[in-house]
Design a protein around this ligand. Structure first.
Ligand code: ATR
Length: 281
């Protein structure tokens, strides 16, 4: 039996390389305390060459499940026995649990992104015909998938490396159009959702400098970067009185399904939890 009896403390972890700066323990430990559940959530730094052994021996190390972060999400996808539809569509797993003694995997980043938008900008998807996504990496793939699942019919992806944009367009079909950065201002014209998935604007990375004037007046601007919490993009949007959703919500909401799988309670993303994370940024 892979899941510990309810009276025994349950352990979960995040596996990454590196992982020591992960904020996930703050989130899960807060919920464990809030819901009075005996258990812990730890950080496991595991090198790529050791990942398979670690993941397939997860229960031997006392864990009921785990999160998987960079660079292990694709390997986790390959190693689990079953995956949810989102993981299947993206080829990446970030949440692992046991079912009938076998490893199961999900991708909860898409849920995190959509739930964060739903909470921070209710109604954002009403009549939303066109969105602009900056970046074409792993995060952009999840977000494009999520936007299509919510009925967005046109997504303009802007990215530096044309080959990555082309791969994304190939994978997601006619709803997605690719552009280089030179095409940015043109595609912003009248758009109602702008999402930054690049690392630009993150502390230590180059800034993201975008003129937001062409966006629709009721546009929502969101950034997956949350260090700093108010990125240059979010600050520019606020100056223009556009609706904004910062990146912390996605981190908080993506943690919900994993906690529920491992500990049996669907946890709430509260202002109190958010404040704990904000204090740590
Ligand atoms: P993630 O999984 O978070 O998406 P990633 O796959 O490494 O991470 O993707 C990072 C994204 O940020 C990419 O879109 C990358 O652009 P390229 O595909 O051209 O590499 C973008 N990015 C990172 N640094 C950048 C920079 N200095 N200028 C422009 N784009 C940058």
């Amino acid at each position: 039996m892979s899941v510990a009896p309810a009276d025994e403390p349950r352990l979960a972890c995040v596996i990454g390389w590196p992982a020591k700066h992960s904020r996930s323990p703050l989130i899960h430990r807060h919920w464990l305390k809030q819901y009075g559940i005996a258990g812990d959530y730890r950080i496991e730094e595991v090198a790529p060459e050791d990942f398979e052994t670690f993941l397939t021996g997860l229960t031997d190390n006392g864990y009921v499940g785990c999160n998987v972060t960079v660079p292990h999400k694709l390997a986790a996808y390959r190693l689990v026995a079953r995956r949810d539809d989102t993981a299947e569509a993206l080829g990446a797993v970030n949440t692992v649990w046991y079912e009938n003694g076998e490893l199961n995997g999900a991708n909860t980043d898409v849920h995190g992104f959509l739930a964060s938008l739903d909470a921070g900008a209710p109604g954002w998807d009403a009549d939303l015909a066109r969105a602009v996504v900056l970046g074409a990496g792993g995060a952009a793939r999840g977000i494009v998938h999520g936007l299509i699942s919510r009925g967005v019919t046109r997504i303009d992806v802007v990215n530096r490396t044309a080959g990555r944009t082309a791969a994304l367009v190939d994978d997601f079909g006619p709803a997605v159009a690719g552009h280089g950065w030179a095409g940015l201002q043109g595609v912003l014209e009248g758009a109602r959702l702008l999402v930054n998935t690049t690392s630009l604007g993150m502390a230590g990375a180059p800034p993201l400098d975008v003129d937001l004037a062409p966006l629709a007046a009721d546009a929502v601007v969101t950034d997956i970067v949350y260090v700093p919490l108010e990125t240059g993009l979010i600050a520019s949007a606020r100056k223009r009185s556009l609706a904004t959703v910062d990146g912390l919500g996605m981190l908080l909401h993506q943690a919900v399904p994993g906690f529920e799988r491992w500990f049996g309670v669907r946890p709430q993303v509260t202002d109190e939890l958010r404040a704990i994370l904000v204090a740590d940024i």
